[in-house]
Structures are given as structure tokens and as C-alpha cells.
Design a protein around this ligand. Structure first.
Ligand code: FAD
Ligand code: SF4
Length: 273
């Protein structure tokens, strides 16, 4: 495998981007991603925080301690993974992490891998989705993505600008991707409006170092409160209110998530009150 280290965008010439490598290296090791060329993007993707702008190469550890960063994002970063992973893992890589569904990770020929069946729907699915789970029932694992959804963040890539919500898509028969990013498109920067208040609450199996069973971000703006959820759908999931939980379609093993989501939304709304 070839590793390139370009020092400017102009030098980019194909290959799979790698930043901290905390997600990509295990995927390569397990044969879930194949690459002849890796491109270390740390010299070309901005890193750092300046008022409402965050370089996509900023690590979760840097975000969780910076007072310029809204609470919801700081709390989401602080509750993700372990300190070691947070000091290597970048926000750009976090938004693009693959599903933790063990059937997918064990390379079952499931819907997301291009097959016809969702093995989790029929099998073990305690950690899986309660929304949009008819084809693929995976639950999006990113805490920061839920926070950025609530914060109404925008993303700048080397080709376009888009809302965080537009980065994600549900898989279809024609296209099983969960993001709208084009091959080799690079996330460069995030832009965040300033909320009046925001928070992120997370239910997990352990108090530390666990993916979200349910994560709820709330951000209050003059126009109202925005909610973003992790762990409830194959992509980060926006909700208008707790009432919208009535539209969920939990699987037998994920009904408990509804109760958790209801409680966390109530607490998050109280917190940004
Ligand atoms: C054990 C473990 C526990 C974890 N727990 C949590 C958790 O609780 N909550 C949570 O939210 N996350 C969790 N994570 C995920 C972790 O936060 C991510 O692995 C990390 O943030 C990824 O960043 P990275 O820079 O290492 O990405 P990389 O591994 O370098 O890349 C990840 C993906 O993003 C692509 N990529 C990277 N940067 C860019 C860019 N700028 N533009 C375009 N593509 C890019 C890569 O090609 C690759 O597909 C966990 C990970 C592990 C391994
Ligand atoms: S939940 Fe998605 S990733 Fe998991 S088995 Fe079903 S189709 Fe595959």
C-alpha cells in the first residue's frame, strides 16, 4: 500500500483520505475498506478553532476543552470513545465513521453491503435503530454529528458547502451509501452559528468509552430549539419535538430506546430551557 503526504490541495491526486486513522486503519485491517493508496490529509485539512469555524482536522480532544465551542459539541466530543482515541481522532473522520453493526463489521452479505437482507432486523439488534430501519436498521454511532445537527452546522468541502443534514442519506436499492460525499471529496471546515444554549446527553452501556445507545443534542436559537439524535437511525436524526417519537418504528429489541429518548429529550429541553 502506498502512503502519500501531500502538502497542498493542488497536490491531491486520488487515494483514500486518512486523518487520525482510528477508524480507517481497523477497517483496512478487517478488509472492509480496500485501498492501494492512502492520502494522509493532515497537512491539507485545516486544524483549529476560530470563533464559529472549526477545521475538519481538529481532534475531538481539542474540541472538548475549547470555550469557543458550543456546549453540545464539547459534551458530545468529551463523551465519545477514549482519551487516546479522542487525541488522535478528528472531527472530519468522526462524521464519516462507518456503522458499528456487528453483522456489517463481520462482513455478512447484508443490505448495506449490497445484499438483500438486513440480518440485524431478523437477528440480534439491541443497539439498532428505531427510525428509518426498514432496509438497514443500523444506528448512527457519531455523538458529534448529532450535536452538529442540532447546532445547524454547515460543512465546507473542497467542492461545495452543505448543511450537516445533507451530508447523510438513507441507503436505497440503487445506492447503499450513507453519505452524499463523492469519492475523494474532502471535508475541510465546519461553520457553526452561535446558539443561546445547548447540551448533549448520552445513554450508554458504560459511563465511559461506549457508543451511544441514544444521544440527544438540543440547541436553542431565537427561532426555537433544534434536536439532533445519535443511535436511533442509520444516520444522525433530527426531531422537531418529543412528540415526533410517536413516528418511530422500533424493532422488538429496540423498544427500550424510545423510553430513553423521551427522557433524554425532556432533560435536554429543560437544560436549554
Ligand atoms: C473503540 C472506539 C470507540 C469509539 N467510540 C465512539 C463514540 O462513543 N462516539 C463517537 O462519536 N465516536 C466514537 N468512535 C469513533 C472515533 O471518534 C472516530 O474513529 C474518529 O473520530 C475518526 O477520526 P479519524 O481522524 O481517526 O478518522 P480516520 O480513521 O482517519 O478516517 C475515518 C474516515 O473518514 C475519512 N476521512 C477522514 N478525514 C476526512 C476528511 N477531512 N475529508 C474526507 N474524508 C475524511 C477517511 O477516509 C475514513 O473513511 C470510536 C472509535 C473507536 C475505535
Ligand atoms: S443493520 Fe444495516 S449494516 Fe446491520 S445487518 Fe442490517 S443492513 Fe447490514
Amino acid at each position: 500500500m502506498e502512503l502519500l503526504r501531500p502538502s497542498s490541495l493542488a497536490e491531491l491526486d486520488g487515494g483514500v483520505p486518512i486523518a487520525g486513522g482510528t477508524e480507517l486503519v481497523p477497517l483496512l485491517r478487517d478488509g472492509l475498506v480496500e485501498a492501494e493508496t492512502l492520502v494522509d490529509v493532515r497537512e491539507i485539512v485545516p486544524r483549529g478553532i476560530s470563533e464559529g469555524r472549526i477545521g475538519a482536522g481538529t481532534t475531538l480532544a481539542e474540541l472538548e476543552v475549547d470555550p469557543q465551542v458550543p456546549h453540545a459539541l464539547r459534551e458530545a466530543c468529551a463523551s465519545a470513545a477514549s482519551p487516546q482515541l479522542r487525541s488522535m481522532g478528528t472531527i472530519g473522520g468522526n462524521l464519516l465513521q462507518a456503522t458499528r453493526c456487528w453483522y456489517w463489521r463481520m462482513r455478512f452479505p447484508c443490505y448495506l453491503h449490497g445484499g438483500e437482507r438486513c440480518h440485524a432486523r431478523e437477528g440480534i439488534h439491541r443497539e439498532h435503530a428505531i427510525f428509518a430501519n426498514d432496509r438497514c436498521a443500523s444506528a448512527h454511532p457519531s455523538d458529534p454529528a448529532a450535536a452538529l445537527l442540532a447546532l445547524d452546522a454547515r460543512i465546507r468541502t473542497d467542492r461545495r458547502e452543505l448543511a450537516v443534514a445533507e451530508l447523510y442519506r438513507l441507503p436505497t436499492d440503487d445506492d447503499r451509501d450513507l453519505t452524499t460525499l463523492e469519492p475523494e471529496e474532502l471535508i475541510l471546515e465546519l461553520e457553526l452559528p452561535k446558539p443561546e444554549a445547548s447540551t448533549y446527553l448520552k445513554a450508554m452501556d458504560r459511563r465511559k468509552w461506549a457508543f451511544p445507545l441514544v444521544g440527544v443534542a438540543a440547541a436553542r436559537f431565537p427561532e426555537g430549539v433544534r434536536l439532533g439524535l445519535a443511535g436511533v437511525a442509520p444516520i444522525p436524526w433530527a426531531l422537531d419535538s418529543a412528540k415526533a417519537l410517536e413516528g418511530a418504528s422500533p424493532l422488538p429489541g429496540t423498544e427500550y430506546k424510545l423510553e430513553i429518548a423521551r427522557a433524554l429529550i425532556r432533560r435536554a429541553l429543560d437544560a436549554v430551557g
